[in-house]
Design a protein around this ligand. Structure first.
Ligand code: ADP
Length: 232
């Protein structure tokens, strides 16, 4: 692990980008609320929505790049605490459900208890990332199913979609940084190919593993295995 003095200064500057961005985002959201009250016409409303959306995207991209630099410098740390995975899954999935209009999002009944020694924010980041990929890579819709099962002292969380799937030749590269499979033609500004790399690092930091089973044009199931806390 390099001493702090050798950290690339340009990566630290990524932090500085967030400050003005937070102001832009906050002001855009304020303007959105005022515009609704003032009954702004639809065209201008859409313009405002785009500004707020893209500022939020930029914020997430910077966060992903910061995570990437932390990983590369061996500085990614997690703050584990005793955590109820069932409660976390229920909350995150219901938030996705409330936003989602194209897909059916189903959380199967969970075994309980599912207590982990995990960093709540980081684990939420893992789940959100996998769920947003499931949405992003099934543009034609379908069902996204989430379920968890206990396997000895492990819990396995499965996130399954009916989307474009992943070709065999892409599988060895899937969790490497900046990689995007050749069939991932969905063009969004949000796709840097960093997500799964960071997800896998975070899962490993929790003593877990991540795998995928997939078939092109049929869908993908990502499985995260994590150690359960003590005997439950
Ligand atoms: P991106 O920002 O491109 O989504 P990720 O690291 O999250 O980056 O994913 C890497 C690549 O893995 C994607 O570009 C896509 O090719 C593929 N991928 C990830 N999740 C899925 C999924 N649920 N279905 C199909 N392909 C996926």
């Amino acid at each position: 692990r390099p001493p702090p003095a050798t950290r690339p200064a340009d990566l630290d500057r990524a932090h500085d980008l967030r400050t003005p961005l937070t102001v832009i985002l906050g002001q855009a959201q304020l303007l959105q609320r005022r515009a609704i009250r003032a009954g702004l016409d639809e065209r201008n409303q859409r313009t405002l929505d785009t500004i707020a959306e893209q500022a939020e995207r930029l914020n997430q991209l910077i966060a992903a790049l910061l995570d990437l630099s932390r990983i590369q410098e061996g500085r990614l740390t997690i703050q584990p605490e005793s955590l109820d995975l069932g409660a976390l899954l229920t909350r995150v999935v219901s938030e996705v459900q409330s936003m989602e209009t194209v897909h059916a999002v189903i959380l199967r009944p969970l075994p309980s208890p599912l207590i982990l020694d995990a960093d709540p924010l980081r684990l939420e980041q893992v789940l959100r990332n996998l769920l947003s990929n499931a949405v992003k890579y099934s543009p034609q819709g379908g069902t996204i199913t989430i379920w968890a099962e206990r396997n000895g002292q492990q819990v396995q969380v499965h996130i399954s979609d009916q989307g474009i799937g992943i070709p065999d030749e892409a599988l060895p590269h899937l969790f490497t940084r900046f990689y995007r499979a050749p069939n991932a033609t969905v063009q969004t500004t949000s796709s840097l190919g960093i997500g799964l790399f960071v997800v896998r690092e975070l899962v490993h930091a929790h003593g877990g593993t991540i795998t995928v089973t997939t078939a092109v044009d049929q869908g993908s199931t990502f499985t995260v295995s994590l150690p359960l806390l003590d005997i439950q």
